[in-house]
Ligand binder design. Structure first.
Ligand code: HAM
Length: 434
């Protein structure tokens, strides 16, 4: 039986045109992270499963992880997320590293999910994390970087929104207002997390099953639409003062003109167990793209799993699949169908081949991208190929030019043409940049 040419379910082959899109996404990500002084890091594709069991949450471990036992009988997983890895790495060096530690990476991750729009089994995720920043300042910078990134892709507040919530607020509501603890509180979190995705009847059933003493208060919480309503709700429950820092944080965002990108959403609690403070997700405002583009939050206790002293972290992961859908939907993705090159040097007589190779190398040595065809080409074909290769200049060398040891260069956009001796590299470059 012939083998399938398709990639493994939920993964993608990146042909050159796809790779150009990926290069562009990664370039904007790296540029943005570096503009805030974040440094790149990387880690291994495989980790011991225990690393995720410690804090990542049930769904990831039970349903999504790719795991196996290696030849040395170690139980390992292909990384489904980067946060445990970065925490493990920071745990090794944080004592001697000046704070805050600002790191970023763009790993590929594997999760066993049902492939659908915005969800695949392998995706690349831009991870940006800051460790050891003073309270709320790291959170602020992370949101600032996230919004700068989307702006650097050309997006505005008309296209996306950052929905925020705070785990300490939800924790307090659970214990003080909804009066649940332990496993029931965990289940309540799940219901909050799913509340926007469930039909009203299904949601009511789930709430009933929790047997809350005052389910109407929980419904009231889920119906909160903005920060002002949250403020009122907390005031009524005498919890506002305790969470003044969160509202101060929001006010600071206003000063930085970031509040127009941000809304409160009671349903954002995040499925990963390690979050302890601010939690947020970015959504496309276009109804075609319903999956979060990005998710993140603050985690105070992740380093303790390595027996290290607490070092607060905050960060986000932003996936390439949802980002690409977002950029395509809003026509923010440049056209990468064609490659881009400086010169396509052709020759119309075989005798000229080595001279062309020599010239091509001289131009490459000056830092230019130069393609030669390796075989003689008729003129129409030379133009067609140079067009397909995205060259700015085509070189033509026929019998007449060969007699004079010359080459004709033609700019494909302006159709300007000039003839040069084969050794006049500087003159050719002047012509190119003119
Ligand atoms: P997460 O919410 O699981 O967070 O993933 C973050 C983003 O990665 C999602 O919003 C989505 O864009 C993308 N993503 C996740 N799973 C898939 C998938 N199966 N297919 C395509 N895209 C996907 C985390 O992973 C946290 N570790 C992020 C973080 C970093 N928190 C703090 N620092």
């Amino acid at each position: 039986m012939a083998l399938s040419k398709k990639p493994y379910k939920g993964t993608r082959d990146f042909f050159p045109a796809d790779k150009r899109v990926q290069d562009y996404l990664f370039e904007v990500m790296r540029r943005t992270a570096k503009s805030f002084g974040f440094e790149p890091y990387d880690g291994p594709l495989l980790e011991e499963v225990e690393l995720y069991k410690a804090k990542s949450g049930e769904e990831l471990i039970n349903d999504q992880i790719y795991d196996f036992t290696d030849r040395g009988k170690r139980h390992v997983a292909i990384r489904p997320e980067m946060t445990p890895t970065v925490a493990r790495m920071v745990a090794q060096v944080h004592r001697e590293t000046p704070k805050p530690i600002r790191w970023f990476s763009i790993p590929n991750l594997y999760r066993y999910e049902r492939p659908q729009r915005g969800r695949l089994r392998e995706h690349w995720q831009f991870n940006v994390d800051i460790f050891g920043a003073p309270a709320e300042k790291g959170e602020r910078e992370i949101l600032q970087l996230l919004i700068t990134l989307l702006k650097n892709f050309g997006a505005t507040e008309k296209e996306f929104r950052v929905y925020v919530n705070h785990r300490e607020i939800v924790d307090d509501l659970c214990s003080e207002v909804f009066k649940v603890q332990g496993e029931t509180a965990y289940q309540l979190y799940k219901v909050i997390d799913q509340s926007k995705k469930l039909k009203p009847e299904a949601l009511s059933e789930k709430i009933q099953a929790l047997k809350l003493p005052a389910p109407e208060l929980f419904q009231e919480y889920l119906a909160l639409e903005n920060l002002a309503e949250l403020e009122d709700f907390l005031k009524k429950q005498k919890l506002l003062e305790k969470h003044a820092a969160f509202f101060q944080f929001i006010n600071d965002l206003k000063e930085l003109d970031l509040d127009r990108y941000i809304s409160f959403d009671p349903a954002i609690v995040r499925g990963l167990d390690y979050y302890t403070g601010l939690v947020f997700e970015v959504f496309d405002l276009h109804p075609d793209n319903r999956r979060a583009i990005c998710g993140g939050g603050a985690y105070a206790n992740l380093l303790q799993i390595f027996n290290e002293s607490p070092l607060p972290g905050v960060g986000f992961g932003l996936g390439d699949v949802t980002l690409t859908d977002f950029l395509k939907t809003h026509q923010l993705l440049p056209n990468f169908e064609k490659p881009e090159n400086d010169f396509f040097l052709s020759f119309q007589t075989d005798k000229a081949e080595l001279s062309i190779q020599k010239l091509a190398q001289a131009l490459r040595d000056k830092g230019y991208q130069v393609i030669t065809h390796l075989e003689s080409l008729k003129l129409p074909k030379a133009f067609k190929l140079s067009e397909q290769k995205g060259a700015h200049v085509v070189g033509l060398l026929g019998e007449d030019e060969w007699k004079e040891k010359k080459i004709s260069l033609k700019k494909l956009a302006s159709k300007e043409q000039e003839s040069f001796s084969l050794d006049e590299v500087e003159k050719m470059l002047n012509f190119y940049h003119r």
